[in-house]
Design a binder for this molecule. Structure first.
Ligand code: ATP
Length: 445
């Protein structure tokens, strides 16, 4: 089984991610996040916000509308150049992205391809009620433009001074020709971005570019992604997007056979986040198209200028997928059995702990376990399981990535303590119920 198949199956089995509209046969390129997935994804977004906005004094947040005036997309260049080369097989009529094909024959039937033509990825939509007067516009193809069109609003309504950034997290839509690789390439997905405005000088702006590259890869490291699974990939001059002066991707090593050996030769490096130097492209174009002055007044130098933009643009769904892949571990246990465990960083784990009464039919155990769960729930997401034997319950929590399992047994009734089992080491220790919160708080840091 490939790592994609393993993750897809675990995600479905445990309630991380389901195919979109599944009971109707699915809708290609759409995914629904289940009870565990919604927590994991939210934890990723919260960590992004904490690191990028809350803990900094030079970044503010924003949440712009998904549907914007169609003029935005004219100005940003998306209507003209946000496209991929599409080819169609003359025999089976399957369509492919020409730049992703390995041969000039159809991978499905061996047929010949048509000449590539540029296919625009923007998803159209219509607003308004009167037929014939409906406004044709688009679901945003990137969240970026919602920030740039508000550049003046932000500088006028807050005390920000250059250099400063605006962070945003939200949905984007692209009519991808070939969605696939589980959630890797979806038609609806979420992005987490920073648009950082700096003085328009190349040398100074490149320093910020380097700074943000390191910041962003460091964020993934700090949340537990293995260093050998991350790298930078520079875009060659002919690969640069229409707006970019310089661009590096942060790529993740997908190890197709599930091998965790860093020397495995079956590694496919996949883009997870991009760090881009956008020059003054966006503000300049919006100034040109809207006729609104987008210049920044520098109080120190008394100059007006259009700032340069350094962007960090990550996919929340790709990060979720790669955090899952990175955490996925198959382990041989002492008794010869295999266990699957998601070694997610505690900050990302959907549940921080699970509480079990040893036996479901002993009211005293269930009552005490229930009161511990309710108490811990004030602080964290806590799972509950009273079915089957303890071993099975541990296996289920291992697959959910829950860092700690707390079991209430007969001794608990006597001694006011519980067994706490560590997901990664499988070691167990007795902890006083009164000390559980501080014990977990320390371990979950
Ligand atoms: P690709 O080359 O894979 O199509 P891109 O270079 O067009 O991606 P950007 O426009 O730089 O991607 O978007 C920034 C980030 O948004 C990407 O690094 C990725 O994490 C995420 N992203 C882009 N397209 C998709 C998609 N179709 N599904 C899920 N995430 C996406």
């Amino acid at each position: 089984m490939s790592i994609f198949e393993k993750i897809t199956s675990l995600a479905k089995r445990r309630g991380f991610i389901y195919p979109g509209s599944e009971i109707y046969g699915g809708l290609a390129g759409t995914w629904d996040y289940g009870p565990l997935g919604v927590e994991l994804k939210r934890n990723i977004k919260n960590e992004f916000w904490k690191h990028m906005v809350q803990e900094r004094s030079d970044v503010v947040g924003l949440d712009a509308a998904i549907v914007m005036s169609p003029k935005v997309w004219e100005a940003s260049g998306h209507l003209e150049s946000f496209s991929d080369p599409l080819v169609e097989c003359k025999k089976c009529h399957h369509r492919f992205r020409a730049d992703q094909l390995e041969s000039d024959k159809c991978p499905d039937c061996g047929g010949e391809f048509t000449e590539p033509k540029q296919f625009n990825l923007m998803v159209e939509t219509y607003l308004g009620v009167a037929e014939g007067e409906k406004l044709k516009t688009y679901l945003r193809g990137e969240i970026t433009q919602g920030v740039h069109v508000n550049f003046k609003n932000v500088t006028d309504s807050t005390r920000v001074k250059l250099p400063f950034g605006v962070a945003q997290v939200g949905k984007a839509f692209r009519n991808e020709i070939t969605p696939g690789g589980f959630t890797f390439r979806s038609r609806e997905f979420e992005q987490m971005e920073l648009q950082f405005y700096v003085k328009p000088d190349m040398e100074g702006s490149m320093k910020w570019f380097e700074y943000w590259k390191e910041e962003r890869i460091g964020w993934y490291h700090a949340l537990g992604m293995k260093k050998e699974n991350l790298r930078f990939k520079e875009h060659a001059k002919d690969e640069l997007a229409h707006y970019a002066r310089a661009a590096f991707d942060i790529e993740y090593a997908v190890r197709e056979n599930g091998s965790t050996s860093p020397t495995a030769d079956d590694v496919a490096w996949k883009e997870m986040e991009g760090v881009h130097h956008r020059g003054d492209w966006d503000v300049k174009r919006h100034q040109e198209f809207s006729k609104v002055d987008m210049t920044y007044f520098d109080e120190e130098t008394k100059e007006r200028y259009l700032p340069y933009i350094i962007e960090t643009s990550g996919g929340v769904d790709r990060a979720t997928l790669f955090f899952l892949m990175d955490a996925y571990t198959e382990e041989q246990m002492a008794n010869g059995e295999e266990r699957i465990v998601l070694k997610l960083h505690p900050k990302l784990a959907p549940f921080k702990a699970a509480v079990f009464p040893l036996l479901a039919n002993k009211p005293d155990l269930v009552r005490l376990a229930g009161s511990i769960r309710d108490d811990l729930k004030q602080l964290w997401m806590i799972a509950w399981d009273e079915r089957g034997n303890i071993g099975k319950r541990y296996r289920a929590q291992d697959e959910a990535g829950t860092p700690f399992c707390i079991t209430v047994d007969f001794e608990s009734l006597e001694n006011n303590d519980v067994t706490v089992r560590d997901r990664d080491t499988m070691q167990q220790e007795r902890v006083k119920i009164a000390e559980l919160k501080s014990y977990l708080a320390e371990k979950l840091k």
